[in-house]
Design a protein around this ligand. Structure first.
Ligand code: SF4
Ligand code: SF4
Length: 355
């Protein structure tokens, strides 16, 4: 298939998916009967998640915003704009280590820190729903517009690629990347665990989340109602960006520890949270295999010297060179593309016509 056809097919697929997601939210909203309390609606409505199949009840209220209100919120719109600028710079070869740092600082500040400042200007940048909540809570509590809108943006940016959500707008990803740069400056030697190991970890956590949610082994009982808890509630590094102190020391530990551990490990392992824990990373790693834009090599001219792979912080380059079907997560750091002295790696459309 030619590049043009691949591009058109991918655009069509992206449009179908993005248009499909709001219709899920609209179906759910239209099914809600007037006069019912949110709890009644949750018990009876479609899209109930694993946590509710056992007669459990969610305590969260339904969102007042509809899908499109949330999609056009300052947070998601600015994410799309920042990612578009980043993509332009990647495709024109103007993104490099230095150009990337302002993007990472902006993502950390805007989507991680700003909502804590209590300024009205940043009120539209609240962490809720965090990417992890957007991905996992629908499985527990059914479809909600804010979750679906967040998922739509993650999906869209991952399909356009190269993993644009994780690479350029996720605050947990951005701060890990900044710490990796700092570690490089400090000449701290990072380990590069095998992708098989990190993927096994990430998949195992996700499977455990599904199993525990299904059986409600992890749960709370509130006013006689059993409510399933997500395993990710204990592993969610995004929560550490909510600077509200918890009632007890133990609660604070659960709240801040995942982010603090992530920050500590980020000096020694490249993006440890993304590769080892994050379910969004798992999801976007599958999606990025179909992305329109990604790191591609000029096949016929590569002499397989591996100079790019040696410089890369990630486990992806060796697989990109082999043109493997399943490539580890690429966070569009540009190190490999700049690392090939002959310029044989670049961001672009994968050409499937060549042998
Ligand atoms: S894998 Fe998760 S933590 Fe990492 S950048 Fe993506 S969403 Fe953020
Ligand atoms: S080194 Fe290359 S393959 Fe690895 S994350 Fe950076 S751009 Fe992606």
């Amino acid at each position: 298939m030619s590049n043009k056809k691949i591009y058109l097919a991918a655009c069509l697929m992206i449009m179908v998916i993005i248009l499909g997601l709001p219709s899920l939210a609209l179906i759910q909203q239209s099914s809600l009967e007037e006069g019912q309390s949110p709890e009644q609606q949750l018990r009876q409505g479609p899209g109930q998640g694993l946590g509710q199949r056992f007669g459990q009840q969610a305590s969260q209220p339904l969102p007042t915003q509809n899908f499109f209100n949330f999609l056009f919120s300052p947070k998601l719109i600015t994410m799309l704009i920042i990612a578009a600028v980043a993509l332009f710079l990647l495709l024109t070869g103007k993104m490099d280590n230095r150009t990337r740092i302002p993007f990472l600082v902006i993502a950390t500040f805007l989507y991680g820190v700003s909502a804590n400042l209590g300024l009205k200007f940043f009120s539209g940048f609240s962490m809720h729903p965090s990417p992890i909540c957007a991905f996992t809570k629908p499985l527990l509590y059914g479809l909600r517009a804010p979750m679906l809108a967040t998922l739509a943006v993650i999906l869209f940016l991952s399909l356009v690629g190269p993993k644009l959500f994780c690479s350029y707008v996720c605050p947990v990803g951005a701060i890990q990347e900044l710490l990796a740069r700092l570690a490089d400056k400090l000449k701290i030697r990072r380990r590069r665990p095998s992708f098989r190991l990190s993927q096994t970890f990430r998949v195992s956590i996700f499977l455990a989340f599904i199993a525990l949610s299904w059986t409600a082994i992890i749960h709370t009982v509130n006013q006689g109602q059993t409510r399933a808890l997500s395993l990710y509630d204990y592993l969610n590094a995004f929560e550490g960006f909510k600077w509200n102190l918890q009632p007890t020391l133990l609660d604070n530990l659960f709240h801040f520890l995942p982010l603090l551990l992530t920050l500590g490990f980020a000096f020694f392992v490249y993006r440890p949270y993304c590769y080892f824990v994050c379910p969004v990373g798992l999801f976007t790693n599958i999606i990025e295999q179909m992305a329109v834009f990604r790191v591609v090599k000029k096949k016929d001219s590569c002499n397989d010297c591996q100079a790019c792979a040696a410089k890369a912080p990630c486990p992806a380059v060796a697989q990109i060179l082999k043109e493997a079907v399943m490539v580890p997560d690429c966070f569009a750091c540009t190190i490999c593309t700049k690392g090939c002295r002959r310029g044989l790696l670049r961001f672009g459309v994968k050409d499937k016509t060549k042998g």
